[in-house]
Design a protein around this ligand. Structure first.
Ligand SMILES: [Zn+2]
Length: 200
């Protein structure tokens, strides 16, 4: 399967889950490590209808030599995450649960004693804090905030009032982590009783 075929297929799955509404969200896979090159979904298209040609190759800063296809505006953060984490695939969706969780816990969302943490590559009894950064239209600002809070054992980043990034060795591992993380964040927000202090 080519990177374009794989990205289109994954986008169709995420769209069916309601996580890529409108033209939102973007996915990438590393196609070369030295120097870093990623295939990323193009900007502005319905992610449920991508073809294998709707990808563009970018460098670590999100720049491209392609004169036809326009990479996602968020491509620069994909490059930064892949460079810093060593991930082979980065997925970004506008799922609701991560954004709601960030609204409650803007300094990081703590998850603990949950079986689904195993799907995130951790043990069920562990405590994991998912970092939250403020939204920005400047990918360098977002990239600096990501890097400041980066931990090798937490392959996710929530951008407040925006969406979530998750990464892994490949698109499958990234998807499995995202699916489990979305469940964990939904559990966390839905079990926070109305009237509780939002930061407890
Ligand atoms: Zn986004």
């Amino acid at each position: 399967m080519t990177p374009g075929e794989a990205l289109a297929a994954e986008c169709a799955r995420y769209t069916a889950m309601g996580w890529m509404r409108g033209t939102s969200g973007n996915l990438s896979v590393v196609v070369d490590r030295d120097p870093l090159r990623l295939a990323v979904t193009v900007s502005g298209k319905d992610k449920g209808e991508l073809t294998p040609d709707d990808v563009v190759v970018i460098d670590a800063e999100g720049r491209t030599d392609d004169s036809v296809r326009v990479p996602s505006a968020e491509a620069g953060l994909h490059g930064r995450i892949a460079a810093v984490s060593g991930a082979g695939a980065v997925v970004h969706v506008h799922a609701l649960a991560p954004v709601v969780a960030a609204e409650h816990w803007p300094d990081g969302v703590e998850l603990s004693d949950l079986e689904m943490l195993k799907g995130f590559g951790r043990q069920a009894h562990e405590t994991v804090v998912i970092p939250v950064v403020p939204n920005s239209q400047d990918m360098r600002v977002l990239g600096d905030a990501f890097e400041a809070g980066f931990r090798e054992d937490v392959p996710a980043l929530i951008v407040a009032r925006h969406g979530v990034y998750v990464w892994g060795d490949d698109l499958y591992q990234a998807r499995h982590r995202l699916e489990c993380l979305e469940w964990l964040l939904r559990f966390k927000t839905e079990t926070t009783r109305r009237g509780d202090s939002p930061r407890t």
